[in-house]
Write a new protein. Structure first.
Ligand SMILES: Nc1nc2c(ncn2[C@@H]2O[C@H](COP(=O)(O)OP(=O)(O)O)[C@@H](O)[C@H]2O)c(=O)[nH]1
Ligand SMILES: [Mg+2]
Ligand SMILES: [Zn+2]
Length: 257
C-alpha cells in the first residue's frame, strides 16, 4: 500500500535491491528497471515539492523543524511542553498521524495554529510524511503569521528520515526505554538529524539504560549530532530544547528570565 522508500545515505541499499534490509518493503512495485524508474520519478517529485515547500517557508520567514521518533518516544508530550514555553514566538504545528486527530487535539488550546495530516486519509496510510503531504496542509496554516513550524512526523524510526519535506532542521526524540543500541540498528534517522533529544530521563532510576553507551553509539553514526537530556513529563531539560528552537526562529524575542 505504500508508495516508495529511499535510503539516501548510499550505504543501506541500492534502488534495484529489495527493501527488506529495513525490515519492510511496502512499495508494491515489481523489482527491476521499471521499479527503478518509478522510484526515481517519485523521489524526483518529492524533492521538487520539498524545494517548493522550502521556498514558501523561506518567503514567509518560517523556520521549520521536522521532529521524528519511534511511536511513543514522547513527541506530542514534548510539543505540549514546548508550546507552553514558546511565548512570544508565533508557532504552528503540522501534526502527522496515520489515523485519528488524538495528537492534534492534545496540542490544541496552547496558542499554536495546528494542521493535521492523516496519511490514512488519501495518502495510502503511509508510515511517514512526505513533501506532497506537507504541501497539502500549507493552505491550512497561516504561514505569513508564523515564526516557527514544528512538524510532528508519523511515529516510525525508519521511514520519516528518508523524506525531505522542505524543513530547515531535523530533530529526533529518543526515549531511554528504547535501549542503547538503536543508533547502530537504525542509523539512517540518527544520521539525518542535528539534534537527538534523549527523553524520559525521569525513568532512568528504574531502567538499566547505559547513557554513556548510547551517547557513544550516537557519536559512532553521527559525530556531529548534538544531544540534550530531558523529561517531557517533568519538564526537566526542556528549556534547552526551547532555547535551541528560539535561537533559530529569527524572531527577535528575548527568552523569559
Ligand atoms: N515517564 C515519562 N513518560 C513520558 C515522557 N514523555 C512522554 N511520556 C509518555 O509516553 C507515552 C507516549 O508519549 P507521546 O507524547 O504520545 O509520544 P509520541 O508517540 O512520540 O507522540 C505517553 O504515555 C506519555 O505520557 C517522559 O519524559 N517521561
Ligand atoms: Mg504523537
Ligand atoms: Zn515504512
Amino acid at each position: 500500500m505504500g508508495r516508495f522508500h529511499r535510503h539516501d545515505d548510499g550505504t543501506e541499499h541500492r534502488h534495484d535491491e529489495p527493501h527488506d534490509r529495513t525490515g519492510h518493503d511496502h512499495s508494491g512495485y515489481a523489482t527491476g528497471a521499471q521499479r527503478i524508474q518509478v522510484l526515481e520519478h517519485i523521489f524526483g517529485e518529492n524533492d521538487r515539492t520539498a524545494a517548493a515547500n522550502r521556498a514558501d517557508f523561506a518567503a514567509h520567514g518560517v523556520h521549520t523543524v521536522n521532529v521524528m521518533s519511534s511511536p511513543g518516544a514522547g513527541k506530542t508530550t514534548l510539543l505540549r511542553q514546548t508550546l507552553r514555553r514558546l511565548d512570544g514566538v508565533r508557532v504552528g504545528v503540522l501534526e502527522g498521524d496515520i489515523h485519528t486527530s488524538l495528537d492534534a487535539d492534545r496540542l490544541g488550546g496552547l496558542g499554536a495554529a495546528i494542521a493535521l495530516v492523516n496519511t490514512g486519509d488519501g495518502f495510502g496510510g503511509e508510515c511517514h510524511l512526505d513533501a506532497p503531504m506537507v504541501r497539502s496542509a500549507l493552505p491550512r496554516l497561516p504561514l505569513a503569521d508564523l515564526d516557527l513550524l514544528l512538524i510532528e512526523n508519523v511515529g516510525n524510526l525508519v521511514c520519516p528520515a528518508e523524506f525531505d519535506v522542505g524543513e530547515a532542521a531535523r530533530a529526533m526524540v529518543y526515549a531511554v526505554t528504547e535501549g542503547e543500541d538503536k543508533p547502530l540498528k537504525y542509523p539512517v534517522m540518527f544520521r539525518s538529524v542535528e539534534l537527538v533529544l534523549i527523553n524520559k530521563i525521569d525513568l532512568l532510576p528504574y531502567l538499566d539504560f547505559d547513557l554513556d553507551a548510547f551517547l557513544a553509539n550516537v557519536r559512532a553514526v553521527n559525530p556531529g549530532a548534538r544531544t540534550l537530556r530531558l523529561s517531557a513529563r517533568t519538564g526537566e531539560g526542556v528549556d534547552g530544547w526551547v532555547e535551541w528552537l528560539r535561537s533559530r526562529t529569527g524572531a527577535d524575542v528575548p527568552s523569559p528570565a
